[in-house]
Design a protein around this ligand. Structure first.
Ligand SMILES: [Zn+2]
Length: 285
């Protein structure tokens, strides 16, 4: 199990009701909310719009009984649809920034990877695509942003599958989603990682490919904006508390209000009249 898989394990709590949560669960939930706020900023450059969209969507999604993690994913997927519907006009005032010239999905994926450290599988789940398609999308977005980084980022040499003395060859280098990206995103299994590291010792071409990919990776990271996470998380947490109260109230309310309703004398009288009427019409048929 690698670091990403451990990060993706379900949290200890299944209920988003803050009042019932332990301190740790609350912290975990605040972290999820901070990430949600961050992802909202990726879709809308205007901080108020991003936070408002995220708050409203989260408040609706929170009416369902979901774990904080699922809630973040569902909210994200709805926000992505909203951003797509609104189109590029929503960020027209910052169209000079290369990041906001990317598609909403591309901005969202880069933010999820760099600032939220979401795993490939989790990101792919939100986008409803395969992990391979998600990696292609991320790589294409990174390449597009790298063009504005200047001459420092030259295309990497493509390692040819040259055979080594020990019979091993270079790892497959897929141009649309190279292994270097998976390596830098920490998405390799421990075994794969060990193989790559051993291979790099003896293969200058792969070493060079990784050096250039690393330059691109960190260069692009600088272009992915970051927001006021803690402050935004508190605002989202308030919205969540409101929804949790509403959900809680609607659950007990139905049973309670039915009992109160049935206890009212005029209702009991009405039932008596109805019963009498049924009995009367039954007897007279
Ligand atoms: Zn190699």
């Amino acid at each position: 199990m690698d670091a990403r898989e451990i990060r993706d394990l379900p949290e200890p709590t299944a209920s988003p009701e803050l009042g019932d949560l332990g301190e740790l669960a609350q912290l975990a939930q605040l972290a999820q909310l901070a990430q949600l706020a961050q992802l909202g900023r990726a879709l809308w450059h205007d901080a108020d719009t991003g936070l408002r969209q995220t708050t409203e969507t989260l408040a609706t999604v929170a009416l369902q009984d979901l774990t904080p993690q699922r809630m973040a994913e569902k909210t994200s997927s709805i926000l992505l649809q909203t951003a797509r519907r609104m189109g590029p006009r929503a960020n027209a005032d910052v169209s000079h920034l290369p990041f906001y010239r990317l598609q909403p999905e591309e901005r969202w994926v880069l933010t999820a990877l760099y600032h939220c450290h979401w795993s490939y599988s989790r990101i792919a789940r939100v986008l409803s695509v395969s992990s391979e398609e998600m990696q292609q999308l991320a790589w294409a977005a990174r390449l597009q942003l790298s063009t504005s980084l200047g001459s420092g980022i030259a295309p990497a040499p493509i390692p040819t599958g040259s055979l080594w003395k020990d019979g091993s060859s270079c790892p497959d280098y897929d141009l649309s989603r190279p292994w270097t990206q998976r390596f830098l995103d920490e998405e390799m299994s421990a075994r794969e990682c060990a193989f790559i590291q051993a291979h790099l010792q003896g293969c200058p071409t792969c070493r060079e490919a990784l050096v250039r990919a690393r330059k691109l990776y960190y260069g692009v990271a600088q272009m992915v904006p970051q927001g006021e996470r803690e402050q935004d998380a508190k605002i989202l947490s308030r919205a969540l508390k409101g929804s949790a109260r509403l959900r809680h109230r609607s659950e007990i309310d139905f049973a309670t209000s039915l009992r109160i309703f049935l206890r009212r004398p005029e209702i009991q009288f009405l039932f008596l009249v109805l019963a009498a009427w049924f009995a009367f019409s039954f007897l007279h048929h």
